[in-house]
Design a protein around this ligand. Structure first.
Ligand SMILES: [Zn+2]
Length: 674
């Protein structure tokens, strides 16, 4: 963790072609010197000369090649914060030279020189202000100050920024630029990684959004602590981030590094940052993020489940009418196989098209933070009729090229780990979750197995079951097996009239049980995978109608119907306390498979003889046994059944006759169903 000087093809600071100075920007903080931009600036990448005033107008981005020149902290604050909004935040005093360190020069001399050259007391400048009107505390690193190295003063500044955000109940923005920990302060420098990480954890516990803007370069102890611990990481184009610097890696491994190694684009592809954005877009993107991550009144965030989701007021979407059908008899008369074909029609609206049609200010969040970004899963935050929400879905495509790029909507383990990350973020911020399910199944490949596909799906299922926020799932196309259920453990489970939801594809079922591919149509029927059958089974709570001919015939109208259904479901759920949501959700799934007349419920305080025990014996009349895990010890909410929720679907108990078809094959299918 030594400071990493600029390496590789790193652009150096803008070169001066003439001496007279042009102010870079108005100072964000009174009394802070703002470095001037020279009359002419030569691009370090393409060598083009740009007139200084023009260079300022382009936010110090080369108009010819897009190279993003380094900004110092005062310039950055001036660019990001709303004009006139910044107020300085002053960290506590720290030790100046804790080791009395001397190398070629005494450390105090180096410090004094850095202070003189930058006009700053330390490598981090902190200010509270607003971005697009949204309050934020910003801590900005200045690479000019001893390579932005993380010394005790810098660590204290980051921690102070986090504590100020906590105290004020507003989000935190970190702008990183650093070579790593500061050698001249020894182990005390190393300890700043823990100090800053703990400060960020307190914001997680308080449900406050944290965002990093990664700028070039961000290395070592900064990358391995606060820079990558935030909820959302946005990077500037070509900004490099990593633990070890490329020169160290190349020398250690004696290998040539791949092109673009550790750049923002490389990090995006490998799931380590959420987004790469041009400097000109940053204020807008950050503003959108802050709008979903902060309580609307700027006050302290409430507990999860009643935070921002309580924001637009009790009359939110009051005028919206619910298109959902709950009577199977009212659904279009189709064979199961006809529905299968509709569900697979490549003209159906995709998750991103639904999101584009209904959400304002959507910011896609990418990556599993562990080395991969699966393109078969998309997700992010935005506003649904003004209400901040998290939307996550399987993404397919319309053309072969699009389908291939999205792996036909078949997620890898990295995709499910991204889902889990976004679910946790929604829980932290109190955002209702909407999932859009459309997958033939999870990716069944060798790599997927090697990276723990089963583990990743299981984790999503458990997480969704316990999420302290409203969850609405919509099967918009194919609801294929465990890969679909990983997004399906919701308070309200809806499906489009032209969609299916099944433990296995009809083809797979026919091949395994009938041992004949031509039995596919019969298998589709037998599996009861169509909306009417699933409504009768209680697996879905309602069916969203589609335009005549199916969703592909009029995608915009189809998407609008889904939006209305989702809005009405969220409206119904958002007033419900988090604990009650979770209890009811677990209850909903607890009921499945019970024989008619049997009530699944919590064991505590309920009358004898009415509760269900383990589900291991699926035969009727099972006597009560120990309740496993999740709902034990909870005080009983409303008993399961028609009175459990404000909008009851059909109960599981009414459909005993339907159950046998599923049960008799379950054991065999689980061996093989993807
Ligand atoms: Zn250039």
């Amino acid at each position: 963790m030594t400071p990493q000087p600029p390496v590789g093809h790193a652009p150096s600071a803008p070169t001066t072609a003439a001496t007279p100075a042009t102010p870079a920007a108005s100072a964000a903080l009174a009394g802070t010197p703002v470095a001037a931009v020279p009359d002419w600036v030569r691009c370090s990448r393409c060598r083009t000369l740009t007139y200084g005033k023009r260079f300022v107008r382009t936010l110090q981005v080369c108009p010819d090649c897009g190279w993003h020149a380094r900004l110092d902290a005062p310039q950055r604050l001036a660019q990001l914060l709303d004009s006139g909004s910044a107020e300085p935040v002053t960290p506590r005093p720290t030790l100046h030279d804790p080791l009395t360190f001397v190398d070629l020069r005494p450390y105090p001399e180096r410090l004094a020189a850095a202070r003189r050259e930058t006009g700053l007391p330390a490598a981090v400048q902190v200010a509270a202000g607003t971005i697009e009107g949204r309050p934020v505390v910003a801590a900005v690193m200045d690479f000019r100050f001893l390579g932005g190295s993380l010394g005790v003063a810098a660590g204290e500044a980051i921690a102070t920024a986090a504590e100020t955000a906590l105290h004020r109940g507003i989000p935190l923005l970190l702008v990183t630029a650093s070579g790593g920990a500061r050698m001249q302060e020894g182990a005390l420098s190393l300890m700043q990684m823990a100090k800053t990480s703990n400060a960020l954890a307190a914001l997680d516990e308080a449900g406050l959004l944290t965002v990093t803007l990664v700028t070039d370069p961000t290395y070592g102890g900064v990358a391995a602590s606060f820079a990558t611990l935030t909820d959302v990481i946005v990077a500037e184009p070509a900004a490099r981030m990593g633990f070890a610097g490329p020169r160290v890696i190349a020398q250690t491994t004696r290998q040539e590094l791949p092109p673009g190694f550790q750049t923002a684009e490389f990090l995006l592809k490998h799931g380590l940052v959420d987004d790469v954005r041009q400097r000109a877009e940053l204020r807008a993107v950050l503003g959108r993020l802050l709008s979903v991550g902060a309580p609307p009144d700027g006050g302290p965030s409430a507990s999860p489940g009643v935070g921002p989701c309580a924001s637009p007021g009790a009359d939110w979407a009051a005028a919206e009418s619910d298109p959902v059908l709950r009577d199977p008899e009212r659904l279009p008369a189709r064979t199961a196989w006809q529905t299968v074909q509709l569900a697979r029609n490549p003209g159906r609206p995709t998750a991103l098209e639904h999101i584009g049609a209904w959400l304002d200010g959507f910011v896609e969040l990418r990556g599993d933070r562990a080395g991969e970004d699966c393109r078969a899963i998309v997700g992010g935050v935005g506003r649904l009729d003004g209400l901040p929400v998290m939307v996550i879905g399987h993404q397919k495509g319309h053309t072969t090229a699009e389908l291939v790029a999205r792996n036909f909507g078949m997620s890898s383990p990295a995709g499910y780990r991204k889902v889990a990350r976004l679910l946790r973020l929604a829980a932290k911020l109190g955002l209702p979750v909407v999932t859009l399910i459309d997958t033939p199944g999870a990716d069944p490949g060798i790599e997927a197995e090697r990276h723990g596909q089963a583990v990743a799906i299981a984790e999503c299922i458990r997480l969704m079951g316990g999420l302290p926020v409203p969850v609405v799932a919509v099967v918009t196309g194919e609801g294929g097996s465990g890969g679909a259920l990983a997004l399906g453990v919701a308070d309200r489970v809806l499906m489009c009239a032209g969609s299916t939801y099944s433990v296995i594809s009809p083809e797979g079922c026919a091949a395994i049980l009938w041992k004949a591919p031509h039995a596919t149509v019969r298998a589709a029927d037998a599996l009861r995978l169509d909306p009417a059958a699933l409504l009768r089974l209680g697996v879905v709570d309602g069916v969203i109608p589609e335009p005549d001919g199916g969703a592909h015939a009029d995608p915009a109208a189809a998407s609008e119907l889904v939006r209305q259904a989702v809005v009405c479901a969220v409206r119904e759920l958002r007033g419900v306390p988090a604990r009650r949501l979770v209890d009811r959700r677990r209850e909903r799934f607890r009921r499945f498979g019970l024989a008619a007349g049997t009530t699944a419920g919590t064991t505590a305080g309920t009358t004898a003889g009415t509760t269900a025990g383990t589900t291991a014996g699926t035969t009727a009349g099972t006597t009560a046994g120990p309740t496993v895990g999740t709902t034990a010890g909870k005080t009983a909410g409303p008993a399961a059944g028609p009175t459990a929720g404000p909008a009851p679907g059909p109960t599981a108990g009414t459909t005993a006759g339907e159950q046998t078809a599923g049960e008799q094959t379950a054991g065999e299918q689980q061996e093989v169903a993807p």
